[in-house]
Design a protein around this ligand. Structure first.
Ligand code: G3P
Length: 221
């Protein structure tokens, strides 16, 4: 399973990229708003992220509403850098736009996926990635991991990763990440704080402390 980082924060992206285990970035309007960025700077910000990622896929979300606007904005975003993937929330308009964008060679990440039919419709329209959300099911006291399992099974039954990859999204905890991996998700997109938590384990910290103490003894012997 590949790790993507789910953020538009440049410092978080730089740090996570330096770890060597991150294979892409996903952003959305909320994540861009959190950076304090202005509308006029949005495209430059996406270019900056795309440069930091050196060819790895970067999802930039369109906020267009009509099919024509989605196609136009999608083409404009894709033209910003070769590694930009156009992110579109699933709806009738975005499915139609995805079909056209695919024909034009533009990769689409279809987001806000909460059901098997939505995921299959996105893949069928030609989405390069489908992003089922986990945490938001947990927010409404439903089992997000169980929902993810069904979507993975359905997509894997009909599509290969060359056609459509699954990005498990709305992951908030290391356990969400572990479950996505066990279920066979192609990708997990993880916010910086959760990614950092994934790095650690109390026994790793305890082990490091023990090594340090013992190494001091070796140095002093
Ligand atoms: O990639 C989608 C993700 O950012 C949504 O996460 O935590 O807002 O449900 P969350």
């Amino acid at each position: 399973m590949k790790f993507f980082i789910d953020t538009a924060n440049l410092e978080e992206i730089k740090t996570a990229m330096s770890w060597g285990c991150v294979a892409g970035v996903t952003t959305n309007p909320t994540l861009y708003a959190r950076t304090g960025g202005k509308l006029a700077d949005f495209e430059n910000h996406m270019v900056h992220i795309a440069e930091l990622c050196e060819g790895l896929p970067v999802s930039a979300e369109s906020t267009a509403k009509t099919v024509d606007e989605m196609i136009e904005e999608g083409k404009r975003l894709a033209a910003l850098a070769p590694n930009i993937v156009v992110k579109l929330p699933i709806c009738a308009e975005s499915l139609a736009a995805t079909k056209v964008l695919k024909q034009e060679g533009v990769d689409v990440n279809m987001t806000l996926i909460f059901s098997i039919p939505q995921a299959l419709m996105a893949a069928s329209a030609g989405a390069r990635y489908v992003s089922p959300f986990v945490g938001r099911f947990d927010d409404i006291a439903e089992d997000g991991v169980e929902q993810l399992a069904g979507i993975i099974e359905a997509i894997k039954t009909y599509y290969t990763p060359d056609q459509t990859e699954i990005i498990a999204a709305s992951l908030r905890t290391p356990n969400h990440v572990a479950q996505a991996a066990l279920l066979g998700s192609d990708i997990a997109t993880v916010p910086y704080a959760a990614l950092e938590k994934c790095l650690h384990h109390p026994l790793t910290d305890r082990g490091l402390e023990a090594f340090e103490l013992d190494w001091k003894k070796v140095q002093e012997a």
